[in-house]
Design a protein around this ligand. Structure first.
Ligand SMILES: [Zn+2]
Length: 242
């Protein structure tokens, strides 16, 4: 049987395949997704589906290994109520932002998230990786980027994320269930998107969406955002000698 499917998921690799890929390109991809409301038309796991989709495209084109998504994620809003921290959905007041609607879960504090990522980095380093690219869900992205220089020094790894030097041109996962994320989902997993759940009347704005109108999303746009993001990461790798 001819196997044309290139395995890039850490979870699918046999030990010798892992060693081979690691030797060829010692890069680990860490998709950061949370589980949260993404409009009436997108699945609750949209963040990890998108970040994983980007990482798989990077791994297939640039080499490297895709780690399992980190579904646990922080969010600024969860700690924004008079310094109080909310952990369970039932205890969160109705006045909180729409992303925390029922169906959203797996939220952790910023400190917990940092510790979790630290633990993963220790083991990524021990496995023999030399570099890590992590990205995805907004608050996870910001947390990752904030600690990048300190962690590079502490772990002796090259770390990549959506840093200030590329932020302007970065067009991947940049809204919340709007035209951007919806287009990306249409490009990656069209069978999971149901635009008919949004108001049919164009004069009625879809509720609880951040960004441009998701009804203007297309798979072509999504593919464009994906390809552009892979190219930006490719440039970053080349610049750093990877
Ligand atoms: Zn999202």
């Amino acid at each position: 049987m001819i196997d044309t499917y290139e395995k890039v998921y850490y979870t699918e690799l046999l030990p010798h395949e892992f060693q081979k890929r690691l030797k060829e390109k010692p890069v680990a991809y860490l998709p950061l997704g949370t589980l949260e409301w993404h409009g009436a038309h997108l699945p609750l796991g949209s963040d990890s589906i998108q970040s994983e989709g980007l990482m798989v495209a990077c791994a297939r084109q640039l080499g490297g290994i895709v780690m399992p998504p980190i579904y646990l994620g922080p969010d600024q809003a969860i700690q924004a109520q008079d310094g109080q921290t909310f952990y369970g959905m039932d205890s969160i007041p109705d006045t909180l932002p729409p992303r925390q609607l029922k169906g959203s879960c797996y939220w952790v504090s910023d400190g917990f998230f940092k510790l979790l990522i630290d633990m993963i980095l220790i083991q990524i380093k021990r496995a023999g990786f030399q570099a890590v690219f992590a990205d995805g869900h907004g608050p996870s992205r910001w947390s990752w980027v904030k600690d990048l220089p300190e962690r590079e020094a502490r772990f002796g790894l090259k770390l990549f994320g959506v840093t200030s030097d590329i932020k302007r041109k970065w067009k991947y996962q940049i809204d919340h269930a709007g035209q951007n994320e919806t287009s990306i989902m249409l490009a990656l997993r069209p069978e999971l998107v149901d635009i008919s759940k949004l108001p049919q009347d164009p004069s009625i704005s879809p509720e609880r969406i951040l960004g441009k109108d998701p009804r203007q999303a297309t798979d072509k746009l999504g593919k464009k955002y994906l390809d552009a993001a892979v190219n930006i990461i490719k440039e970053k790798f080349v610049k750093s000698g990877l």
